[in-house]
Structures are given as structure tokens and as C-alpha cells.
Design a protein around this ligand. Structure first.
Ligand code: SF4
Length: 62
């Protein structure tokens, strides 16, 4: 299981993380990335983390 945290103060809204997520958990809302799908589906692949230019996303296993 993974927790996904998005720092909206850092997010610049380019949407690259949304495109990178293989299980479509992330989406844009009000020009910021948000967790829209079921976080239980997160694979922990870190694609969103490495794609984000502003280091706004943290994914942690728990
Ligand atoms: S770690 Fe992978 S599966 Fe989880 S939200 Fe990020 S891109 Fe999607």
C-alpha cells in the first residue's frame, strides 16, 4: 500500500504526472494535480515522482 501526497504549493499544473501514471490515479483539478482514483491501486512505480519537475509528489509505502 502506498500513500500519495501532492504539494499543491509546488505543483505547476503541467500534468506530466497524470500522463505518467499507468493506473490513472492522478488527474488535474483547478490546474493542480490531484489524487482522483483509488490510491489502493498505486503500484509504487514512482513514475509520477520522477516525472514531476518541481518535486511536488511524494509516494510512500506503508
Ligand atoms: S507511483 Fe506510479 S502508480 Fe502510483 S500514483 Fe505515481 S505513477 Fe501512479
Amino acid at each position: 500500500m502506498y500513500s500519495i501526497a501532492i504539494d499543491t504549493n509546488k505543483c505547476e499544473g503541467d500534468g506530466d504526472c497524470v500522463e505518467s501514471c499507468p493506473v490513472t490515479i492522478l488527474a488535474m483539478a483547478d490546474n493542480k494535480a490531484t489524487v482522483k482514483g483509488d490510491p489502493n491501486d498505486c503500484l509504487g512505480c514512482m513514475a509520477c515522482v520522477t516525472t514531476c519537475k518541481t518535486e511536488a509528489i511524494t509516494v510512500q509505502e506503508f
